[in-house]
Design a protein around this ligand. Structure first.
Ligand code: NAP
Length: 266
């Protein structure tokens, strides 16, 4: 059952927040964790969700709850499964009596291989998690917000700069991320009549467990191409998400913001 009540918390800048938070098992510094921490420090109630419940709980334990009424929760979710995403939304609404008003889907995987050698399975898996997962979350949150007549919402998707420029060994990943941008722009057009804004952040190379897998030689080559001369920090992506979640961006929808230190600006 879905019901709308008063906000679970009254917070300073951000509304009560649903956040998909993916954290690599054992990882300590993914983009999703940084977004959770930033939103919690703004006073939002945060739902931390991850394929690993243990990782979600680790993040939950790191969240600020100094603001009155903050009541964070953690949950497992597989973003590529409709059943799992719908179960998560139901559990959120049972607990808070309202849908999440902000959604940041930072789940993502890579299965890198050269195009000529890539197996169907690796192509399909990356599309399933990165693109289908974004579709399922955007649809579920959008439906819940519309159903309860919420006055506004902000859905933030995570693409990648390689969705624009391509990347050797990442035919599957770059295709999925280009798809995320197209989906976000379409969602913005369809959902703006309900007061729901949809925007995409495009990180460049950010220090997280995902980029820990990239060989040191490749990292130093890439870093030398970044005009600002370094890799980005997860908190620098989180700062942009906080802007897109807040009313400071109230006239922005359907856009993509590059967070790349100037990489590939032309
Ligand atoms: P990360 O720490 O590896 O986060 C990705 C997380 O998603 C992992 O914890 C992963 O769990 C989880 N996940 C995988 N499949 C899932 C599923 N089906 N449902 C729920 N969670 C799932 O990497 P990150 O760098 O923070 O990445 C966050 C987002 O930013 C991703 O969308 C990524 O594509 C994007 N991005 C990152 C960079 C970068 O430089 N780091 C650049 C551009 C875009 P497992 O580890 O168990 O698979």
């Amino acid at each position: 059952p879905v019901a709308l009540s008063l906000p679970a918390v009254s917070c300073s800048r951000l509304p009560p927040t649903f956040l998909h938070y993916p954290l690599s098992p054992g990882g300590g510094s993914g983009i999703g964790r940084a977004v959770c921490q930033r939103f919690a420090s703004e006073g939002a109630t945060v739902v931390v969700a991850d394929i690993s419940e243990e990782s979600a709980n680790q993040t939950l334990g790191s969240l600020n709850h100094d603001h009155t009424g903050q009541d964070h929760m953690a949950s497992a979710v597989d973003v590529s499964s409709r059943e799992s995403v719908e179960k998560l939304l139901t559990s959120i609404q049972c607990r808070y009596f309202q849908p999440p008003s902000v959604c940041v889907n930072a789940a993502g995987i890579t299965r890198d291989e050269f195009l000529l050698k890539m197996e169907d399975e690796d192509f399909d898996k990356v599309i399933q998690v990165n693109l289908k997962g974004t579709f399922l979350l955007t649809q579920a949150v959008g439906k819940a917000l519309v159903a309860c007549g919420a006055p506004k919402g902000s859905i933030i998707t995570v693409g990648s700069i390689v969705g624009k420029v391509g990347n050797i060994g990442q035919a599957n990943y770059s295709a999925s991320k280009a798809g995320v941008e197209g989906l976000t722009r379409t969602a913005a057009k369809e959902l703006s009549r309900y007061g729901i804004r949809c925007n995409c952040v495009l990180p460049g190379f950010i220090t997280t467990p995902m980029t820990d897998k990239v060989p040191e030689k490749v990292i130093s080559q890439l870093t030398s191409m970044v005009p600002l001369g370094r890799m980005g920090e997860p908190s620098e992506v989180a700062d942009v998400c906080a802007f897109l979640a807040s009313d400071d961006s109230r006239y922005i929808t359907g856009t993509s913001i590059e967070v790349t230190g100037g990489l590939f600006i032309g």
